[in-house]
Design a protein around this ligand. Sequence first.
Ligand code: FAD
Length: 435
Amino acid sequence: MSEEYDVIVVGSAFAGAVAAKTAAEKGLKVLLLERSTEPGEKIVSGGILTHDAFSEPGLEFIKEAPLERELKGVKWIMCNENGEAPLDLTFRSTDGSRVGYTIYCYDFCKWLTQLAVDAGAEFRNNTTVVDVIKKDGSVRGVVTEKGEKINSKVVIAADGGKSLIGIKAGVRRKLPPENVENCVVLDFTIPEREIRRLGLSDTFEVYWGTLTPADIGSYVWIFPYKESFHLGVGALVSSRKSPTIFMERFLHSNLWKDRFEDIVKFRSWMWNTVPLWSALDREEKMLEETYGNGVLIAGDAGGFLDSFTCAGFYGSMVSGMLAGETAAEAISKDDVSEQGLSIYEEKYKKRLIWRLMQRPWRRDVIAGIGGEKIIQLSSNISNYVIRAGFDQPKPSDLMLLFGGFLPILRYIGPFLNRKLPMLFNELMLIMGVAK
Ligand SMILES: Cc1cc2nc3c(=O)[nH]c(=O)nc-3n(C[C@H](O)[C@H](O)[C@H](O)COP(=O)(O)OP(=O)(O)OC[C@H]3O[C@@H](n4cnc5c(N)ncnc54)[C@H](O)[C@@H]3O)c2cc1C
């Protein structure tokens, strides 16, 4: 008879490694499967781990993680396609608290995976899971690309936004193209003194305006690390445009040439996808379920992202932790049915991540008006500002600007009527007055 595990976790990144660590710490026999040679190798190369993660009960251990640079602010640069930037705004937290820390996924996920192994999980790299084993309507293990069948009581799908395993298990479906963004990210090394000189030592940059048209739903960003930085840009799949066009545009602009070209060294690049707005309106985004008979889904696979920023490191780790806990509780009660695993939902609904996924006004504004329309409007505003900074805005610019407001106007009356108290509460939260 083939060996049986209590839990098989598919994917060893933010969600999977934490799920495996948690389940192993609870005494379960855990197998953690990763398709790449090194954990973190095949995902986005880095980003900002938001401060939410550091105050989440159960995730205290991440204070020991390989963190890169502490960030306290963001600089918004409004620019046109020629790289002219008439306006920039820097937002900093007034009380000196942080935005978060930049991290390299490769270092971070390798470290997380080691924690899972230290807790007793068995880790296998270079192993791609291609299907699940089902018995009597319940997931009971996985099939690898080598045809190996491995049995388990519970499978945790932590295989990222596309989540083949979540789909094969019948828990979720494919995300529609307007919810998926292709991103290209370049990694450069730069001396630390230059990072300081460029004002990047605790601030990241976002380039917004006609450089990136509204329908791609993205902007150019620069995330600073200790002695390196990332330059990235995305484009919604539904726009049918490649983000590389906008990356090239940026690299040919004076924004790049004047500030960076002579002092940086190109190191690597990465192409990846990110699920966008998938935390909202879960039914429509086909992510209504996060568990089924013998299966749980965590991280991007389950849409555990901040609905506003689409940051997912924190949500992935907290959902991974709760999936590991749920598996342990359900196995100890000998009930890994959908009903037995439903405590997962109860658990994450009590955490901050649920509020970030569901924030009432974000949900209503973004899902009601539409994420793309909001991007369109902010892009129209920035285009207007840019033109106004150089020459007289044309009447067509004004039309464009106010045209962008129309869908909002149609919505805002009834919305304010219903949601004003919530909006007020949200404002208090942002200002740190309420908790
Ligand atoms: C360009 C870009 C920038 C981003 N910036 C930020 C940011 O600044 N801050 C932030 O919080 N979030 C950011 N995100 C989102 C963040 O990357 C994700 O939310 C996070 O990586 C999700 O973690 P995860 O563990 O759920 O899945 P993933 O990180 O996608 O990891 C899935 C893992 O599963 C493995 N895998 C997949 N399929 C299989 C299979 N069939 N068999 C075996 N293994 C498999 C993969 O190799 C991978 O290791 C960014 C995303 C992108 C694309």
